[in-house]
Design a protein around this ligand. Structure first.
Ligand SMILES: *Cc1c(COP(=O)(O)O)cnc(C)c1O
Length: 358
């Protein structure tokens, strides 16, 4: 079976080998207070910095999930006012977390599958953090980062948070425009679920310290101050997902060997192949109309005659594809295009879909 689901997804091809090596080397029994563990964390951080070009001044925190990263960064970077750009279920969750934390989130909503006219948007003066979802996994949109940088540039006092859960490591980031960036293990990196990674700027860290000093509730064990103290020593506060950190490091090394430019080029070639096929298909068509906003990593296809028959036929041929998200469950299929998916897999999937009666 090949999993084209947008997370959890097909494991990165080398993962099975790395899991065997980890078990042989007793990694799951390794103490998180051992030098060997600190070395693994240090190496993981170095590899991640190389792959994603993360500045040395930014810190890397290991959390439990992408969703945890949303909660932690809102707790630590906003006393009250957050702004959210919502065009699907994951950006909505980000907004809801701010509400649940009793902040005053401002909501800028676009239809699922569409984006915003940023130049026409103005924000309340004292907005503390802008929260963007680069790649909305539910609707298959990706916002060109230049649009975000230009918009955020108008509000130099606000921090910028970016969810890249389903676009990393494909997405090219310019960290000088970003303060909190996060992803989790089970999407583009093709790892088992259960590890979130949050990258934090000095500015965001200073804001967290200021809020803490002013008596705000910035959370308990995973507040930025404690995360930072531990991260400086390549340690973690709690017993973390040691196996997944080890596996992330192994995959990062593999990806560095392939080269990030090659990974990006292949992702674009595979996305172009898929969009080209569905643009020409008699009944199935890409859900996102505006080509500028089509995601390269999660391809969402509208299925006017329902998705369940297509999904079960594909399953019979050895392909698990994602259904539509939430209310659109039966109206769409979602195809992940992550680095672990090869062009050969994509071509076999497309050949299979082309044989299904429309
Ligand atoms: C999957 C996903 C999340 C949630 O990540 P978890 O690790 O499951 O918490 C958040 N944002 C986006 C865009 C996602 O695709």
């Amino acid at each position: 079976m090949i999993y084209f689901t947008p997370g959890p997804t097909q494991l990165y091809p080398s993962i099975k080998k790395h899991i065997q090596a980890a078990v042989k080397d007793d990694i799951p029994s390794l103490s998180h207070r051992s030098d060997k563990f600190y070395k693994t964390v240090k190496d993981t951080c170095q590899s991640l910095r190389r792959l994603l070009k993360i500045p040395a001044t930014y810190e890397i925190y290991f959390l439990a999930s992408g969703t945890e990263a949303m909660e932690r960064l809102i707790q630590n970077c906003a006393g009250d006012r957050t702004a959210h750009f919502v065009n699907g279920a994951f950006s909505k969750r980000f907004y809801q977390i701010a509400k649940d934390l009793k902040k005053s989130p401002e909501l800028y909503e676009a239809n699922v599958g569409e984006a915003w006219d940023f130049p026409s948007i103005s924000l309340p003066k004292n907005t503390e953090i802008l929260c963007f979802t680069h790649n909305e996994t539910s609707g298959g949109t990706a916002i060109p980062l230049e649009e975000i940088y230009t918009f955020a540039g108008r509000f130099p006092d606000a921090l910028v948070a970016l969810d890249v859960v389903s676009s990393a490591p494909y997405v090219t980031l310019d960290f000088t425009n970003l303060d909190c960036v996060f992803f989790s293990s089970q999407k583009g990196f093709g790892l088992p679920a259960g590890l979130g990674v949050l990258i934090v700027s000095p500015r965001a860290l200073a804001k967290a310290q200021k809020l803490k000093n002013e008596g705000f509730n910035v959370g308990s064990y995973h507040q930025f101050e404690t995360l930072s103290k531990h991260a400086k020593k390549f340690q973690t506060i709690e017993t973390p997902n040691v196996l997944n950190i080890y596996l992330l490091n192994a995959v990062l090394h593999d990806m560095l060997d392939v080269g990030i430019q090659t990974i990006r080029k292949r992702t674009e070639q595979k996305a172009a192949y898929l969009y080209d096929f569905f643009d020409k298909h008699p009944t199935l068509h890409p859900f996102v109309q505006d080509k500028n906003y089509r995601s390269k990593t999660v391809i969402v296809i509208a299925t006017p005659k329902g998705s369940s028959a297509i999904l079960s036929k594909l399953k019979g041929q050895g392909f698990t594809v994602g259904s539509g998200y939430g209310e659109l469950k039966d109206k769409q299929i979602r195809i992940a295009n992550f680095p672990g998916h090869t062009m050969a897999d994509i071509k076999r999937l497309v050949a299979c879909i082309s044989k299904i009666q429309p």
